[in-house]
Design a protein around this ligand. Structure first.
Ligand SMILES: Cc1cc2nc3c(=O)[nH]c(=O)nc-3n(C[C@H](O)[C@H](O)[C@H](O)COP(=O)(O)OP(=O)(O)OC[C@H]3O[C@@H](n4cnc5c(N)ncnc54)[C@H](O)[C@@H]3O)c2cc1C
Length: 529
């Protein structure tokens, strides 16, 4: 099957939807997504969107908080863009009819989250911001005649000739066939890779396919060692690893060990609202000490009515599993956000022409070594708009006009093999590239992944072009990028903690860059505006 568009957008999270919406003004858009259109991290986002709107706030303060959380690895120009361009896009969204929560006096209700020194988090539906914002943008997308949504169609690879991207190669699980989808410009917005871990807040589809496809096509990928673990996800046997938003701590919830002590008090000046890496590492240390697999998030001292109205989704989900949120919740960290990703410029353009990345897949340099809470939804919008604007500068003449052949088929007997690789990969990264890492553990993890690669090669050789093998290969590529990045970074910084190198080192104030066929390299941070 072949399709042709002016823009091919991959992914229906906020980055993909907003890119498609912006692009639809300039041409025909094919919006390809792996599962249902609402399946995304964006839809599950709870806390909110960080954008300056309060009188006591200023983009400069937002900049400062972002830089502090990023621990020396934020690219300053990118952060400047984010904090300065974000508020206008929020304003525009509200002009179009998006309702964020307001106070009794009708002002925007601004939340506070870890690492922010001002209330600047807009939220909607209490703790259902992602659902409200993505649904709102999806409605706009659905009204656009120029956009065709192609669900259940998973990106497997990119169509690239020389240094020009012509489109994407996908597998449609509905029709069980390959789709070659050509586009004058391709925007990859297929999200991060949190779901390669065992405990994750991400949906099952978030396996970093776009990162693997870009890497395999020759793009540079950077800082993949920085996987942010959210400190507080529900930790009850038989219950899903549901996120308990940072905003809950923003409203005053305490973290208690099993003795009932507030262990964050002595650990950081912001106690429970310290940056996520600090909170996650402290929880992990408590869990290792106490051996029960969780600590308590206690809300006993807070007003129950306020909790129920501010966090209706979390309250209801906890109740489903017999937990009273107004009392205390068992929590433990879970893989949450992929800080690194595909290298790009300040417009999201990768090193391959006509190939853009946007949202969690992209390494814009905004997050540095650790994402500041609620900075990612706004990143999706700011950089979607910039990517589309940038495409207008490109001339259509660069295109190779190359025609590609279909390459893939499905052998159902390999589905079991894919599940095997997925399980092994999640065990390896969870055990060897989790919150606390060591050189020895990472080497062991690397050896495990290489062994899986050998198994895969044998199977692929016996059945070339088999789609489960390609999906397994993409999974292994992403896991290898994480482990190799973590091995190369012999220091601890942000959300990358090495027990054998527990300090931060100036020599590692660099981005780790990986490119197929080359040794891992370090490039300097852009800290000049
Ligand atoms: C539970 C949770 C709560 C969060 N809360 C907040 C918050 O309050 N504020 C905030 O700023 N950030 C939050 N985040 C982070 C934020 O939601 C994400 O970083 C952001 O939504 C990423 O958007 P995206 O569009 O880049 O990716 P996603 O929203 O993950 O969308 C990626 C899309 O690509 C599709 N896809 C994946 N692989 C393929 C493939 N091979 N082919 C085709 N399509 C593919 C997926 O199905 C999905 O539709 C939260 C994340 C989680 C998981």
């Amino acid at each position: 099957m072949e399709m042709n568009f002016d823009y091919v957008v991959v992914g229906s999270g906020l980055a993909g939807l907003y890119s498609a919406l912006c692009a639809s003004r300039y041409g025909k858009v094919g919006l390809v997504t792996k599962a249902d259109v609402t399946d995304s991290n964006s839809y599950n986002a709870q806390g909110g969107i960080a954008a300056v709107s309060g009188k006591d706030d200023d983009p400069e303060y937002h900049f400062e908080d972002t830089i502090v959380a990023g621990r020396g690895l934020c690219d300053y120009p990118a952060v400047e863009i984010l904090v300065n361009e974000g508020p206008a896009l929020i304003h525009d969204l509200m002009e179009k009819g998006m309702h964020f929560d307001v106070t009794e006096s009708g002002r925007l209700a601004l939340g506070l989250e870890g690492g922010h020194h001002r209330r600047r988090i807009l939220h909607a539906g209490g703790d259902a911001t992602g659902k409200f914002v993505t649904s709102f943008v999806l409605d706009l997308v659905r009204k656009e005649k120029n956009i065709e949504i192609i669900p259940h169609c998973a990106l497997l690879g990119l169509l690239v000739t020389g240094d020009v991207c012509d489109g994407v190669r996908c597998w449609n699980s509905g029709t069980s066939s390959e789709y070659l989808i050509y586009g004058k410009n391709v925007i990859l917005a297929s999200g991060g890779a949190g779901a390669i871990y065992r405990r994750t807040t991400n949906p099952d589809t978030t396996t970093g396919d776009g990162i693997a496809a870009a890497y395999n096509a020759g793009c540079k990928v950077e800082d993949m060692e920085f996987i942010q673990f959210h400190p507080t996800a529900l930790a009850k046997e038989g219950a899903p690893c549901f996120l308990i938003s940072e905003a809950v701590r923003g409203e005053g919830a305490w973290l208690l060990n099993l003795e009932g002590e507030r262990f964050m008090l002595g650990a950081h000046e912001l106690s429970e609202l310290a940056p996520r890496d600090v909170v996650a590492q402290n929880i992990e240390a408590q869990i290792r000490k106490e051996g029960k697999g969780y600590v308590w998030l206690s809300l006993r001292h807070l007003d129950p009515e306020k909790i129920k109205s501010r966090f209706p989704t979390i309250y209801a989900r906890c109740r489903e599993y017999g937990i009273d949120m107004c009392d205390r919740i068992p929590v433990a960290p879970a893989a949450h956000y992929t800080v690194g990703g595909v290298c790009c410029d300040e417009n999201g353009e990768s090193s391959i022409r006509h190939l853009y990345v946007c949202g969690e897949i992209a390494s814009t340099g905004i997050m540095g070594a650790n994402r500041l809470a609620s900075n990612s939804l706004i990143e999706c919008m700011v950089f979607a708009q910039r990517a589309v604007r940038d495409t207008l500068k490109q001339s259509g003449e660069d295109h190779s006009g190359h025609i590609y052949r279909e390459e893939f088929h499905l052998s159902p007997e390999n589905e079991e093999f894919y599940r095997h690789v997925r399980k092994e990969v999640s065990d390896i990264v969870s055990e060897d590239a989790g919150i606390v890492r060591t050189g020895e553990g990472l080497e062991k993890g690397l050896a495990g992944l290489e062994q899986l690669q050998r198994e895969l090669q044998a199977r692929s050789a016996a059945d070339p072009g088999e789609v489960c093998c390609r999906m397994a290969e993409n999974l292994l590529t992403v896991a290898l990028l994480v482990i190799r990045g973590a091995l190369a970074r012999k220091e601890s910084r942000g959300c990358h903690f090495r027990a054998d190198f527990p300090e931060e080192h100036e020599t590692f104030r660099i981005h780790t860059v990986q490119q197929a066929g080359r040794d891992i390299a370090g490039i300097p941070v852009k800290d000049k505006i």
